[in-house]
Ligand binder design. Sequence first.
Ligand code: DX5
Ligand code: ZN
Length: 218
Amino acid sequence: MIKLAPSILSADFSRLLEDVKKVEEAGCHLLHIDVMDGHFVPNITIGPLVVESLKGKTQLPFDVHLMIENPDQYIKDFVKAGADIITVHSEAVVHLHRTLQFIKSHGVKAAISLNPATPLNVLEYVLEDLDMVLLMTVNPGFGGQGFIPSTLPKIKALKELITTRGLNIDIQVDGGIKADNIQEVVKAGANIIVAGSAIFNSGDIKTAVDTLKRNALD
Ligand code: DX5
Ligand code: ZN
């Protein structure tokens, strides 16, 4: 099953809950929450307080994408704030195995994200510990950027690796996914699709979600 995870980075923060309700009613599956610290990426967004303000107000699971240095320091806070999945960047973590166990010890799903230039081989010895891999299809930091085509063969290679090892790990893609390229990433092997600007900047959330879903499966 293909799941849609709207990124609230492109939502209207002055009406955040309204926008969340809209994507929920439109039939999305997860709420993608982009956390940026101004160090790991050049932008600053939101922290656990904002995430917690949405807790209990939507049925959508919280998919928390940490684009921050030293994520271990904040994992507990995001769990408390309602996170269901916590993704850390391989480039931001020194002891990946330890961090993954730490996330899982809190009873939430653990995922690793790779920047477009980061090779898949960093996953080699931790793949079995993962619930999901997030492949960045833009350089993280901003919504509304263009999809980087060299990430397509990377999605395929990851899918092959997961299949060869007989594992059941979600492949999430994030960045520059629109109605005209969603099919390509799904065909390559992605099953959780993040979309920010394509949904929230569309002027009509329901139609945008329907179009993405239809094109994903065509
Ligand atoms: C980029 C974020 C993405 C971003 C996606 O750093 O991780 O989640 O908001 O936005 P679009 O879909 O507009 O590229
Ligand atoms: Zn993201």
